[in-house]
Design a protein around this ligand. Structure first.
Ligand SMILES: C[S@@+](CC[C@H](N)C(=O)[O-])C[C@H]1O[C@@H](n2cnc3c(N)ncnc32)[C@H](O)[C@@H]1O
Length: 292
């Protein structure tokens, strides 16, 4: 490794140590204790590439190695590469009109050319694809994740993206439970986005959904009552709207709130976005259940 590559590598490792410290996880390969958490998740550094350049930095891999997870033991480790995804989106022609996620946000303008900057809290960030999409649209994003291994992978992926593209995207990662952040009095966001795991018994099909299969084994599904609490909190905090991604076959969540809201859905092929628009923040009398 020449001096130039060595500097990149050391910078990368230093940063990764900081990230691991923040998320309180160990990473196999940088001399820390390996964390094979109760969930069976483990973070590992990919082998060192002989020709180091910023885009060929080693990657953090999420491995999955608990004996009870036998159906998935054959899966290769999961890595995140946001540069490739971003480039792919840039090649696509996007008007926005055909994109239900964009429509659900209710932003003025076009993806990438928003007329007014929108601040979005992605309260269930997971592996960050939707957060990246929000950034691609031009939003400022807060992304919250409560699983430490997933959060660490996410933060590393964004760091590598920044390093690779030499662009600092306006994103802030929040470690912990979204319910705690939603309880903060000074949270100032236009839209709160929720993408919970599919309800019980729903199986994520196809190898392409590997990340979702892993999450499904680790957390099964978020309980409906917990989701209801999260949605309730979100509706009380968001300035403009709350958007929740749901499979087509589940019923929309009903809601009891003191704010005036209207509800509609934006349909995709296999999912839909249920949108709760805040039309007034006046707390007058209870609105009762607002069904979609
Ligand atoms: C279906 S995944 C989200 C996928 C994500 N939208 C993406 O594009 O990759 C749901 C994620 O939300 C996280 N999560 C669920 N409830 C949460 C909460 N209350 N606070 C923070 N994270 C939460 C889970 O740990 C999981 O990683």
């Amino acid at each position: 490794m020449d001096d130039f590559s060595g500097r990149f590598y050391n910078l990368y490792l230093d940063n990764l140590r900081q990230i691991a410290l923040k998320w309180a996880v160990g990473i196999e390969g940088i001399g820390d204790i390996v964390d094979i958490g109760e969930e069976g998740l483990c973070l590992r550094l990919s082998p060192l590439s002989p020709s180091l350049s910023p885009s060929l930095l080693p990657q953090l891999q999420l491995c999955y190695n608990h004996p009870t997870f036998s159906p998935l033991t054959q899966l290769t480790p999961l890595t995140l590469n946001f540069s490739a995804l971003w480039r792919r989106w840039q090649r696509e022609k996007w008007s926005g009109a055909a994109d239900p996620f964009w429509r659900a946000l209710g932003a003025a303008g076009r993806p990438g050319q928003m007329l007014k900057k929108m601040r979005v809290l992605d309260a269930t960030a997971g592996f960050g694809k939707d957060s990246l999409r929000l950034l691609f649209y031009g939003c400022e994003v807060y992304a919250c994740e409560r699983l430490p291994e997933v959060g660490c992978l996410l933060e590393d992926a964004f760091w590598r993206y920044h390093f690779d593209a030499q662009i600092q995207l306006p994103i802030q990662l929040l470690k912990g439970d979204a319910q705690d952040f939603l309880a903060r009095p000074n949270l100032d966001v236009d839209v709160i986005y929720l993408d919970p795991m599919y309800p019980n018994r729903a199986k994520y099909k196809a190898a392409a959904k590997k990340e979702m299969q892993i999450l499904q084994h680790v957390i099964n599904s978020e309980r409906d009552d917990e989701l209801q609490v999260l949605l309730q909190l979100a509706v009380n905090v968001a300035k403009k709207r709350v958007v929740i991604k749901r499979p087509l076959w589940v019923k929309p969540l009903s809601l009891r709130t003191l704010r005036t809201i209207t509800c509609h859905s934006c349909l995709g092929k296999s999912i839909r976005y249920d949108v709760y628009c805040i039309t007034s923040s006046t707390i007058s009398s209870p609105q009762g259940d607002n069904q979609l």
